[in-house]
Design a protein. Sequence first.
Length: 286
Amino acid sequence: MIRDPRAVPRPAWMWVCRPRPARGAAGPLGQPAAAASAPSPARASAGSARGTSTVIRTLRPVNESDNGPPDRHRLFSLRTARMEAFSDGIFAIASTLLVLDLAVPPTTSDVAQKLRQQWPMYLAYLVSFTSIGQAWLNHSVITDYLDRADSIMLRLNLVLLFFVSLLPFPTHMVAEYLSSNNDERIAVTVYGLNLLAISAFTSIVWHYALAENLVRQGDREGDVRALTSKLDPSLASYAVALGLGLLRPNAAVVLYLAIALFVIIPFRAVARRIRYRRGRDRAGPD
């Protein structure tokens, strides 16, 4: 490779060399090579005098940030499509495994009485399904705001999915021991710790994305603050419910259900819809 000695090296640019096509070969648009490249007479004479082929140099920019220096974080950034697909699969499998605990009463017994006796099983399934739905909604909103992901983000997401996939185990414990006076506190405490871990790592994933500038720059700051204000109070609510489970396990399970329903039900959207309908009714037809 022959470089022009007058060229000034620039660290933010890269030299990419491409040899001149052979005589008679087709150019990039099917044209002859002579017409496609069309070197200047001075360059052609210089190349032939040195006994070498003409070298065409082009510049290709390396990723630069807006401030000037190369953005090193871009070298390790990944798209979020595979992370979202894998996460959705884990959420779907975990919510499906919950239904395996629902048992059909035997035909030789009183079906109505057996169904009434299985109320802890139905309550545990309802609370766990709504809790997984709440975590999936929060995770979907977070990934919708993400522009890219790095290696630490992927690993934090894996820890979150670990606790989501673990939720069917404490759900089965609650279904078995909620009606027992001796073991219900242990079952509800283990269940609450799992829910607290899911909420905590959901908040950690979001705050890490904000700290590392993984969120799209065009999003409104009000939307980002709204999501942050939704994640942090739910974490504190789970901590309160965990302490309540040591005293009143049944009340703690009901509180877990209320926390999940508060996130799942779009109260603000429903309120805006009602106000919009009332305003339109008051305005009347044009």
